[in-house]
Design a binder for this molecule. Structure first.
Ligand SMILES: N[C@@H](CCC(=O)N[C@@H](CS)C(=O)NCC(=O)O)C(=O)O
Length: 321
């Protein structure tokens, strides 16, 4: 499949059509965001050029179907890796980019502070998502009745919630934080602190050994670069003076070591690791730029599992050697 992708000149990647911080079109109509950056990362690895990517905004329900039907090469759009999805043929789950959980957003004026106060509420969510199942589990455990408004179209779903047709919006925390920014007045809404599930949001691709391996190791380059303090600003200097770098860093970026050997075997750009860091950055940079303090989402990474293991998080870089 990598040969086909290379012959076609671009990687096609499914993203959420409108999710501030994760994937949202900029003023020129070009998608930007955390999830978009993993599409760009993969294009950088394959072509040595992060711009060789066609980003397709697709709603959740159609995303896996589109991949299975062969309508795109990969998806980077908050898809939870579950056992039954992973055993579907036609898709491969590769690597988790964001460890998340499901939560609730409510209008402030409801004066709700805990999810257990949501008895009788109408919840807006989308069929086919893990969200629906976790809602049933959670309210079932509490023996509490609730109603669901299934609205597959995201714009319509948010409109229903913001205009009061549902009392509660339930989804992954990352999605709620992002959706809140789309409210006419975000301050009218609060996200409750209850976490009701584990949602490992994972990159998905068409099943293909070379493509899967490329995506997995491209992400490891971003994690390793963070671990070794390499970023878009110092990568030029680092590769210009590899003799002064640590053996671990040399193995990733030198033209005659493990990273180069991997590129040769996979048939990807010989400069894959350099291109990823130069054009996309390391994982920490991507998090901070799109989601961190200073971004509209203003997430505090220090409270997130999406930090390196070294720093108390769940992100564990596999070695390139
Ligand atoms: N991670 C969950 C849900 C993914 C999902 O996309 N959920 C819907 C809402 S229930 C959605 O559009 N989320 C993104 C957003 O609202 O921005 C899954 O894999 O089933």
């Amino acid at each position: 499949m990598l040969n086909q992708i290379k012959a076609g000149g671009k990687l096609t990647c499914i993203v959420n059509p409108n999710s501030p911080g994760f994937s949202v079109p900029d003023s020129k109509g070009v998608f930007q965001g955390f999830n978009v950056d993993f599409c760009r990362m993969t294009a950088a690895a394959i072509f040595g050029d992060a711009s060789k990517v066609e980003l397709r905004g697709v709603g959740f329900s159609d995303s896996l179907k589109t991949l299975i039907a062969g309508g795109a090469h990969m998806a980077s759009r908050s898809i939870t890796r579950t056992g039954t999805r992973d055993t579907e043929s036609g898709i491969s789950f590769i690597a988790t980019t964001f460890y998340d959980g499901q939560g609730f957003m409510v209008p402030k004026k409801l004066n709700v502070t805990k999810a257990s106060q949501l008895a009788g509420a109408t919840v807006c969510a989308e069929d086919g998502t893990t969200t629906m199942q976790s809602l049933a589990d959670y309210f079932g455990r509490l023996k509490v009745r609730y109603k669901v408004q299934n609205i597959a179209d995201k714009t319509a779903r948010l409109q229903a919630f913001f205009s009061g047709k549902c009392d509660v919006l339930s989804s992954d925390f990352s999605a709620l934080a992002s959706d809140r920014l789309l409210a006419p007045n975000p301050d009218d809404f609060v996200i409750l602190s209850d976490v009701i599930s584990n949602e490992p949001l994972t990159l998905v691709s068409r099943p293909d050994k070379e493509l899967e391996t490329t995506i997995f190791w491209a992400l490891q380059v971003m994690l390793l670069a963070e671990e070794y303090g390499i970023n878009a600003g110092n990568i030029d200097r680092t590769v210009a003076n590899l003799a002064a770098a640590s053996p671990e860093v040399r193995r990733i970026f030198a033209k005659d070591q493990a990273g180069a050997e991997m590129a040769r075997k996979l048939g990807i750009s010989p400069d894959w690791a350099f291109a990823i860091i130069k054009s996309v950055g390391n994982y920490g940079d991507v998090f901070e730029r799109n989601l961190g303090k200073g971004s509209p989402l203003n997430m505090n990474r220090a409270n997130s599992p999406n930090r390196l293991v070294r720093d108390g998080g769940l992100l564990y870089a596999h070695p390139i050697r």
